[in-house]
Design a protein around this ligand. Sequence first.
Ligand SMILES: N[C@@H](CCC(=O)N[C@@H](CS)C(=O)NCC(=O)O)C(=O)O
Length: 221
Amino acid sequence: MSEPQITLYVDAQFISPYAMSAFVALTEKKIPFTLHTVDLATRENRAPEYAGQSLTQRIPMLVQGDLRLSESSAIAEYLEECFPPPLHAALYPSALRQRARAREIQAWLRSDLLPVRQERPTEVVFYAESKPPLSAQAQNAAEKLIQACNSLLEEGREHLFNTWCIADTDLALMLNRLLRNGDPLPAKLAHYAQRQWQRPAVQQWLQLVQQARQAAQGNNK
Ligand SMILES: N[C@@H](CCC(=O)N[C@@H](CS)C(=O)NCC(=O)O)C(=O)O
């Protein structure tokens, strides 16, 4: 029996790192899906139509039949089980311990490093906005990120593990918060983040960012 159609709800500005992660996961799996936007600026996510469907009242949300699933890492894990490799591309490493590590990295990036996330918002990554120097607190968090990445990533390695996994996209997003603002990063981490950004699924998201920006600028004229 074929699975019901999938819809992914993302932010209308296309600047949510979590929406991007879910979009990349679906795109990598090559599963057809419909994209719906929710305007967070007008709090459309709190309006009854969306809020009534979403447990968290946040984006991203994946809809498949009567399933409504929020939380980007839960979405990736669900997709991996629903559309498993080798028929579909893998989102996680096949080796148990590497898979655990990938999930650890995803959870860490979503729960820690808040000062970096606040002082280097994704407008820096997606809109090339430039922000003032990091506070001491954010500097500390950036150092912690760099230390972790230095131990995770071997010199010249393109991915965290043997092949790409969804944690690579999440980690590259976090590193790009610093890189795109001109904050210092060791060369191997800068190369890693730049290479990850070339991935076709990420490039597809960047095109959506551009289209949304152009549409918004057109509306402001
Ligand atoms: N841990 C969640 C975070 C989702 C999240 O923070 N979404 C934000 C956009 S980046 C949102 O919907 N904010 C609207 C709100 O909280 O009202 C995930 O990984 O999906």
